[in-house]
Design a protein around this ligand. Structure first.
Ligand SMILES: *[C@@H]1O[C@H](CO)[C@@H](O)[C@H](O)[C@H]1NC(C)=O
Ligand SMILES: *[C@@H]1O[C@H](CO)[C@@H](O)[C@H](O)[C@H]1NC(C)=O
Ligand SMILES: *[C@@H]1O[C@H](CO)[C@@H](O)[C@H](O)[C@H]1NC(C)=O
Length: 256
């Protein structure tokens, strides 16, 4: 990695977000928080961004990322917060420039990702819990040609790894031969997975290289696939248009 891509790997974004003031006088204001919307028809498969969530290769988790820049308690007319996050935080998407410096320099950033790949019919499948995703596992899943978007639920979900602060390098992910098998024998262009990396830790680099080489396969990592029945859905995933960035937090939902 060049120093410029290394810089962007750890690059943080700082965006101001503002909260509108709520009419005063309501004592029982209880905000709704739900994982399932529309009477069970819409599943939120995005993780909440919280300080205790894991961060790649870190023991300490994400840490504080949000602060009140202007506050009503301090005499401001409105609350006004800012945040700063690694672009690979929580549920996020990788662009080709993540592992290919020439793609990075040529500008294959998040803003160039095809929204058609990120939105459309998708299959949520359970993979065997006793293996990483090898060619043999891919073959056994028997995913028909024509299926273009697959979310792989693994042991990572059972182990609740996305809810543990300390990064766990024993995560299940693609081995290089599994990634190759997918790229060569299926029509899958959207690969979703339930931990911070689509790759098994020992094959972090080779698996990403296989996936990102064609610039046609998009990796969505850190999905929240708990309590969603396996099956066919419509997936909707929208990244932020972070110009020049090789990754972005993403909001993904599944619609029945
Ligand atoms: C933020 O705004 C609300 C009113 O919308 C106010 O009650 C609250 O005290 C403010 N919070 C802070 C930390 O200033
Ligand atoms: C309010 O202002 C004081 C003094 O400038 C500062 O120390 C404090 O952090 C501020 N609090 C908030 C919530 O902005
Ligand atoms: C997957 O690979 C990792 C190493 O990257 C290993 O620690 C883990 O035990 C493997 N998981 C399974 C279920 O075989």
């Amino acid at each position: 990695m060049s120093s410029s891509s290394l810089f962007t790997f750890v690059c943080a974004l700082s965006i101001a977000i503002s909260f509108h003031s709520i009419a005063a006088g309501d004592n029982n204001l209880i905000p709704p928080r739900r994982e399932v919307h529309a009477n069970g028809r819409i599943f939120d498969i995005t993780h909440q961004v919280v300080p205790e969530m894991p961060s790649f290769n870190s023991k300490d988790g994400l840490g504080e990322f949000l602060w009140l820049f202007r506050s009503m308690k301090n005499g401001s007319v409105a609350n006004f917060s800012k945040f700063k996050l690694p672009v690979h935080t929580g549920t996020h998407v990788d662009a080709p420039g993540h592992f290919y410096d020439n793609y990075y320099d040529a500008g294959f950033d998040i803003d160039t990702l095809d929204l058609e790949v990120l939105n459309g019919p998708a299959l949520l499948v359970d993979v065997p819990r006793d293996k990483n995703i090898t060619a043999e596992v891919m073959k056994s899943l028997d995913i028909p040609r024509g299926v273009r978007r697959v979310l792989f639920r693994t042991l990572n979900t059972d182990r609740k790894l996305m809810f543990q602060k300390e990064f766990d390098s024993s995560n299940v992910g693609f081995m290089e031969d599994g990634a190759k098998w997918l790229a060569e024998n299926t029509d899958i262009k959207l690969v979703g997975i339930d931990y911070l990396s689509a790759a098994a830790y020992v094959h972090s680099v080779p698996s990403h290289l296989v996936f990102l080489k064609s610039r046609e396969i998009i990796l969505v990592e850190g999905l929240k696939l708990d309590d969603v029945p396996a099956g066919i859905y419509s997936v909707r995933c929208l990244p932020l248009r972070l110009f020049g960035s090789e990754a972005s937090p993403i909001r993904c939902i599944l619609i029945k």
